[in-house]
Design a protein. Structure first.
Length: 344
């Protein structure tokens, strides 16, 4: 049986209004009655109604969510998750402000974060950092001044941020290496494609991939190939001579579909096994055409939703953060199961 204020009132012979005032710590209740109500609530294992409690307190919280624009398809799904959770929580005084920044301008994002922390408008910040190291000082300064900061999707792990929701990118790199190993045959000569931004996330993917490929003398890794996010098409086509020589490619950037398009245009004698990250309509298209062999997904909708709920529980409900790192599962998507991963 659910224990309510009415249950407690009936057992103590008090009015529901008096019990409600006592349970919500409002005035008009004597110390003696308050003690009786709280003892009875504890005895009956009373659980407060979250909705009623929040609505009665009329607490208002505004949290900034800061994340990049590029790649648009990925952050669109993150935003879907954020808004999905927000719709469930907005009636309780919880508001969010989404601020998009350039993927390529770390200094711009640092300025945006500093402005948020220094303003009196916001009660907290959820950040997907363009890179880890440049944000250590700004995050630590905010935390030390009592401003709550959480990270998601892209972490700054050596900072004092309160929590992180997202993937383990070193595991992502290892998984990519394992997939290339199993999808290729006797010859196992691989290329690793990164972008020119040597971010913490990129470093972790590369580290995991190299760790895996170093485990076997059957795998050969050519020098890392870098592409430019501001000139994707040309920088990919410039890699044609190297890509003719490999059996498999790991695209560690958000440019999997662009690389697939480039490979198709190159008209290679045989298409290499192509592994990368995430899902959109173009990646779906190239999976169906067997240009992309597999992609590693990390459920961005769930990430966005979980980040919102974690912050809500901490700031609105006062719940302590029990799990500092919520690591989302990695999922392998191929032509055979891609239909389950495309969001219309």
């Amino acid at each position: 049986m659910k224990i309510t204020a009415k249950t407690i009132a009936e057992q103590l012979g008090l009015s529901i209004a008096t019990v409600d005032r006592a349970l919500n710590n409002r005035s008009g209740v004597s110390p003696k009655t308050l003690k009786k109500v709280l003892e009875k609530a504890k005895e009956l294992n009373y659980k407060p109604n979250m909705s009623a409690s929040l609505l009665s307190r009329k607490k208002q919280i505004l949290v900034a969510f800061v994340f990049p624009i590029y790649p648009e398809y990925f952050w669109k799904e993150i935003e879907m998750g954020i808004m999905k959770a927000y719709k469930d929580l907005c009636d309780y005084g919880f508001e969010i402000d989404i601020i998009r920044t350039s993927k390529f301008e770390v200094e711009e994002q640092v300025r945006v974060v500093q402005d948020i922390i220094q303003s009196t408008k916001y009660d907290g910040l959820v950040l997907s950092a363009n890179d880890a190291t440049p944000f250590i000082h700004v995050i630590n300064t905010g935390i030390e001044n009592g401003f709550p900061i959480y990270t998601f999707n892209s972490d700054s792990p050596t900072s004092k941020r309160l929590s992180y929701v997202g993937a383990d990118y070193q595991d992502s790199g290892r998984l990519a290496g394992e997939l290339l190993y199993h999808f290729t045959h006797t010859s196992k000569k691989f290329a690793l494609i990164t972008d020119k931004m040597n971010t913490f996330q990129m470093q972790q993917k590369v580290l995991g991939f190299i760790e895996y490929t170093a485990q076997s003398n059957k795998m050969e890794l050519i020098r890392p190939l870098k592409i430019s996010n501001t000139d994707l098409s040309n920088s990919i086509m410039e890699l044609e001579d190297e890509l003719k020589l490999v059996d498999g490619i790991y695209v560690a950037t958000g440019a999997l579909a662009d690389v697939a398009r480039g490979i198709e245009e190159m008209k290679l004698n045989k298409n290499p096994i192509l592994i990368g990250h995430d899902m959109n309509n173009e990646i779906h298209h190239f999976l169906k055409k067997n240009v992309i062999t597999a992609t590693i997904c990390q459920d961005p909708v769930y990430q966005g939703s979980l980040a919102v709920r974690k912050v809500f529980d901490h700031l609105m409900l006062g719940d302590p953060i029990q799990v500092v790192k919520d690591i989302v599962k990695l999922e392998i998507v191929t032509k055979g199961n891609v239909k389950y991963y495309v969001h219309e």
